[in-house]
Design a protein around this ligand. Structure first.
Ligand code: NJP
Length: 244
């Protein structure tokens, strides 16, 4: 398509699958995350299949790093057409166990990281009157479970932001905003859980759920970005059938 997309959290899971999927459609992909080695591997795989990729090691919680990310993207591939705000963490825990540092990290990555990336791409998008923002929220951004209070709070925030952005930017500037709400997906996300009590209960409650493949969510993102300009996919909830 010749478009340029920044994908945050491209070093694993949904971000990695999304980068491959968009690159296969001719989108020039800018791979952002902290683990540069993983991104370099992904870039090689994409280029081997004939795609174009750029690696920019980025911590989305650092404003200067995000500014650098968008500058590098523009220098290499031109203005950013698509931003996939995918980087996120899910260290679920019970509130009473006071994993305060993890609460703060989730707020930093899942909310502030999204805001910082938005701030860097919006000026060009509003000026060019085009662009597509994909925010990865969650079904946890609609339903709260014991142990998901803080994670859910961050994903409710992402959904609220998506709504606000859409209402502000779509009619006036033709910028589209899509909020993706996955159910359980097989990725490294669960590795961030350190609350043993929660982990045990989580395994019990999700024991019968057959997790989605990361490609299932990449397909949903591809669906949203491949619509004609006049078609605006606002929200997509995608769960395993067995999740109910
Ligand atoms: O998880 P994982 P997913 N700066 O752990 C990156 C949402 N979601 O693909 O920095 C920059 O494989 C990290 O990279 P690195 C979820 O909330 C998932 O499942 O190198 N990047 C890695 O690439 C999240 O928003 C499920 O460590 C940072 C990526 O984030 C999104 O899907 C369900 C970073 C995480 O990849 C992708 O998660 C649902 C930082 N400071 C929503 N910190 C699910 N899997 O079931 C982390 O509803 N990253």
């Amino acid at each position: 398509s010749g478009k340029t997309a920044i994908i945050t959290g491209a070093s694993s899971g949904i971000g990695e699958a999304t980068a491959k999927t968009l690159a296969a459609q001719g989108v020039k992909v800018v791979l952002a995350a902290r683990r540069g080695d993983r991104l370099e591997e992904l870039k090689k795989a994409i280029e081997k299949d004939g795609g174009a990729a750029l690696v920019v090691e980025t911590d989305v919680t650092e404003r200067a790093a995000v500014k650098n990310l968008v500058k590098q993207a523009k220098d290499a591939f031109g203005p950013v057409d698509i931003l996939v705000n995918n980087a996120g963490l899910m260290p679920l825990s019970y509130m009473k166990n006071l994993h305060v540092d993890e609460w703060m990290t989730m707020v930093d990555v899942n909310i502030k990281g999204v805001l910082l990336c938005l701030a860097e791409v919006l000026p060009d998008m509003t000026e060019r009157k085009q662009g597509h923002i994909i925010n990865i929220s969650s079904v946890a951004g609609r339903e709260v479970m014991p142990g998901s209070a803080v994670y859910s709070a961050t994903k409710f925030a992402v959904r609220a932001l998506s709504d606000g952005l859409r209402k502000e930017l779509a009619p006036k500037y033709g910028i589209r905003v899509t909020c993706i709400e996955p159910g359980a997906v097989e990725t490294e996300l669960l590795d961030t859980i350190t609350d043993d009590e929660l982990r045990t209960d989580f395994k019990d409650s999700f024991g019968n759920v057959e997790f989605l493949d990361k490609q299932d969510i990449a397909n949903a993102i591809h669906y949203a970005v491949s619509q004609p300009d006049g078609v605006h996919v606002n929200e997509l909830q995608v769960r395993p059938t067995s999740q109910g």
